[in-house]
Design a protein around this ligand. Sequence first.
Ligand code: SF4
Length: 415
Amino acid sequence: MMDNIAKPELLAPAGDFEKLRAALSFGADAVYLGGAEYSLRSKAKNFDAEGINQAVEYAHGLGRKVYVTVNIYARNEDFKRMYDFLIKLQCTGADAVIVSDPGVFSLVKEIIPDMAIHISTQANTTNYRAAAFWAKAGAKRVVLARELPAAEITEISRAAPAVELEAFVHGAMCMAYSGRCLLSHYMTGRDANRGECAHPCRYNYVLMEETRPGEYYPIEEDSRGAYVMNSKDLCLIEYIPQLIESGVSCFKIEGRMKSVYYTAAAVNAYRCAIDDYFNDPKLYESNKAAYLSELFLTTHRDFTTGFFTDSPNELTQIYDGVAESGSDFCGIVKSYDSDSHWTIVEQRGKFSVGDELEFLTADGPGFRQIINEIFDLNNAPLQSAPHPRQLLRIRAVRPVRELDILRRRLPAACN
Ligand code: SF4
């Protein structure tokens, strides 16, 4: 047991209400979400004022927190409606707003002064003076720039103790400095700094000589093409002690656009890792491979430890466009009857009678089982379900609960 160190907060993305519930079910201490406007993930479903109300009520009912992103780099016209938005936001009881822009910061201070403010990673805080500046200005927390190694984070936490430090520990990385990037706006008209990134850093690029339009010369790093700006995904699950020692008090998982399965599995892995470490650091050490293999089951690009351990080099890039997964997302539990073990599952990927599937459970280690029978809700037996998102009845051999995940390990991940 580690009595003298505070357990870091585990903060998860909530792209919609289902993901929010799954994140909290699998052990997130807090979630962050975007309002219908002013968030940097405008393509996520996001939450209107009523949705934020509902989210806050639900999370607070479980003793957890909700932070709302208002982290666009605002243009003058954005302030016309932001006043109303912030007043409504205050009424929801949200625990903090996440902002990047000093203009937005000052507006929050002016009209909802009691609201806690977290400074977004997009604000690019890379030194202790900047952290102390934000603390003095009234920020409660700074989400550090991703470009920082452990030693510099430690210096910041020692020199700016008045502000909490949050760091991304897992998820997709921008190749642009703190995500401040014009590529998407230039290529597609969708401005990443206003939440509309089309992710052109993930595209496959070719070479064209200017007098021969339409003649494309492949620039092949290998036979899969030239994904010259495609970063690996961040994964710091093997660095929990170092993150804590460096002064980070909140571990943030990226991915509001990812699936509910991704949210559940990533939160589950980090929850287990943090709790194991605080129960017994040796337990954490011995389980590191298991946490990592859990994360390999989710959809991801190859993993990197990013700037935390080193400066990025050619090994932090991936040279194909492929995001891989070690498993298929088959369904999500809607309800479970503990007497009969009948379980209602909403199908998310096809599965059939005879398949060996696995429940990922929030209440303990998951388990695998053969699916012996499938029924629809009218009790008609099925070999497999014909409709996406169809509600199905199967029998779980051990207890499960609402929002647990049903998945199929792919052959390479079957151990
Ligand atoms: S294009 Fe890529 S690097 Fe630029 S903001 Fe979008 S995700 Fe980040």
